[in-house]
Structures are given as structure tokens and as C-alpha cells.
Design a protein around this ligand. Sequence first.
Ligand code: HEM
Ligand SMILES: *[C@@H]1O[C@H](CO)[C@@H](O)[C@H](O)[C@H]1NC(C)=O
Ligand SMILES: *[C@@H]1O[C@H](CO)[C@@H](O)[C@H](O)[C@H]1NC(C)=O
Ligand SMILES: *[C@@H]1O[C@H](CO)[C@@H](O)[C@H](O)[C@H]1NC(C)=O
Length: 319
Amino acid sequence: MAAIVALLLCSLILIFSIGSSMVHALTSNYYDQTCPQAESTITNVVKKAIIEDKRVPAALLRMHFHDCFIRGCDASVLLDSVGQNSAEKDGPPNVSLHAFYVIDNAKEAVEAICPGVVSCADILAMSARDVVALSGGPSWEVPKGRKDGRISNANESLQLPGPTFNFSQLLQSFSHRGLSGADLVALSGGHTLGFSHCSSFQNRIHNFDATHDVDPSLNPTFAASLRSVCPANNKAKNAGSNLDSTSTAFDNTYYKLLIQGKSLFSSDQALMSTSKTKELVSKFAASEQAFRVAFVKSMIKMSSLTGGQEVRLDCRKVR
Ligand code: HEM
Ligand SMILES: *[C@@H]1O[C@H](CO)[C@@H](O)[C@H](O)[C@H]1NC(C)=O
Ligand SMILES: *[C@@H]1O[C@H](CO)[C@@H](O)[C@H](O)[C@H]1NC(C)=O
Ligand SMILES: *[C@@H]1O[C@H](CO)[C@@H](O)[C@H](O)[C@H]1NC(C)=O
């Protein structure tokens, strides 16, 4: 009898340990014993970087999204190209990736207090939370314990949803990663921060379709101003527009403008194309608080897509 109980217990323990090694459940207190100062150390580095450059919040939020959508949040976006292998950050839609140095600085500061403990994927996730909070948005506990991946391929950056995607393409991209239409609406609110190059919305302001030069869902005055910044044969590599009129404040202006036909991307406008998502857009435009609550919930969901195996020592290189 005792032997059977012991056997049962052993197999239960075995099942549990196999389970946890596969699932890697993330926890908010993951570094409480091993690196209690990780969180505040990272926040301090991020704060300093924002004082030097107001574009840092948008860059890090976008970087985290990009990371999570390719191979899970495993810091694959941070790896540099090596030899013949061209990394994600050198893939086609990389024009908007910048400020990698901030993550390098945060990693260096954390390595100085607890070497080899805190993953780059966690540092990026915490930084994304910090930039939102430091831009006037909500703050939240970031579940931690992500591991860093060993693979980064330029061709995989094409797995990101594109700005010309319609609603069904967007939903497919999100549901492929376990994210819903509601997550899509809330996370698109990340476009309350930052800047876009002309190339990302060129499709809406020139040669839109067989009958319209300009996307008819765009507000005409807004479209005209975009066309003056981004002419048909745009030669200015750095030309573009802020994503919303308050591009350094994390607020619900993005949704208010979207309702007025003043969003930049077809993928933003696509949120207005189904009744369910349109209702959410109206809700978030009317209530900043509703947006904040939904954004936090969806960010935690997106940033819990894990995929790595190790803790890197240098965020640009596999161990
Ligand atoms: C729904 C699918 C999405 C599409 C199609 C999309 C597309 C884009 C594009 C095309 C740009 C501009 C790139 C450029 O021309 O420089 C951009 C910028 C940005 N995106 Fe998204 N995005 C999506 C979702 C998200 C999500 C989920 C977040 C974060 C929660 C996010 C945050 C940002 C930020 C902050 C920027 C500005 C980056 C900067 O100024 O450095 N995006 N996005
Ligand atoms: C984007 O990719 C090009 C080459 O494909 C590379 O030269 C450039 O440095 C990359 N940009 C960033 C920000 O990594
Ligand atoms: C992407 O690039 C990697 C490395 O060069 C290669 O092994 C893989 O087959 C490529 N995948 C696709 C879909 O082209
Ligand atoms: C969305 O785009 C895809 C790919 O271009 C196309 O096959 C599909 O018909 C489009 N869906 C809608 C509803 O327009």
C-alpha cells in the first residue's frame, strides 16, 4: 500500500515538473530572491534615456510588440546579425526599430548587480511597461521568468502584421498568437505613441484603388496634410507623421482621431470595419479609463507569449 502511494506521489511530482518545464509559468515575484533590484534598476535606466530622447518610449513599446509576435517574447528582436545569418532587426519592416542601446544599458546595469540572472526578454517587457507608465499611461506588475531565444531570422520579420492589412488579416495574425479581436483593438492603442514613415501609409494617400486616389475613409483635410508631407514620389527618407496628435502622451487620443478618419494606417482604419471592434473603439474614445484597463490586460496577455531557453549575458548575442 505504502509503495503504491509512494509510486503515485512520484508520478505526480514527475508530471508536475515536466509540466512546469514546458509551460514556464511567469510570475510577478520571479526575481524577488535572485535580483530584487532588477525592476528599479531598469526603470532608472529607462527614465534617463527618455530625458535624453523623447522618442524612446515609442521605440521600446514597438520593440516589445515586434519581439512577442515573432517566436514569442524571447528577445529575438535584440540579436545582431552574425556572419551569413541576417537577424530580425535587419529584416524588411525594420525602419521603426531604434533605441536598442537603452536595452543594452539596462542589461549592463542589471548584470552589474546580479550577473546572468535577468533575461533580455524580461528586461524588454519591463521596459515596455515603464515607458507606458512614464508617458502618462497605466502601470502594472509584469509577470517575469521569460527566457531568451537563440534564433533570429530576418525573413521572419515578415510574420508581423502589416499596415495595409485588412480586418480579417489582422484578426488571423492575432488569433494565431492566442489574441482576440478585443486584444487587437486595445493593443492598437499603442499607436498613441510615436511616429511613422511615409512608406507605411503611402497606400492610403496615393493610388488607393481603381476609383480613388485617396482612401475615402480618411478625413480630406487630414489626407491633404499627409500628402503634402509625403508626395507620390517621396524622396525624403525620414519624412512621415506622428501616429497621433499627442505622440509623446499615452492617452486615448488615438481612438478619438480614428473615429474622425484621422488614423495613419489601413490597419488602424480596419478596426472600424466590424461592429464589435467599432464599438470598442467608441468605448475607448469615450473613456480613457476603459482603454487603460483593457490595454493592461491585453499587454499582459501579449507579453506572456514566451519562447526562449537561456539567459543571455549580452542582449545582442546568444550565449
Ligand atoms: C495591429 C497591428 C499593427 C500594425 C499593422 C502596426 C504597424 C505599425 C507601423 C507600420 C508602424 C510605423 C513604422 C514606420 O513606418 O516607422 C508602427 C509604429 C508603432 N507601433 Fe504599431 N502596429 C501594430 C500593432 C502595434 C502594437 C500591438 C503596438 C504596441 C502595443 C504597437 C506600437 C507601435 C508604436 C509605439 C509605434 C511607433 C514606433 C516609433 O515611433 O518608434 N503597434 N506600427
Ligand atoms: C534595417 O535593415 C538594414 C538592412 O537590411 C540595416 O542596414 C539597418 O541597420 C537596419 N536598421 C536597424 C534599425 O536595425
Ligand atoms: C528564413 O531564414 C532561415 C535562415 O536563413 C532559413 O533557415 C529559413 O528556411 C528561412 N525561412 C523562410 C520561410 O524562408
Ligand atoms: C483581406 O485581404 C485578403 C488578402 O489580400 C483578401 O483575400 C480578403 O478578401 C480581404 N478581406 C476582406 C474582407 O476584404
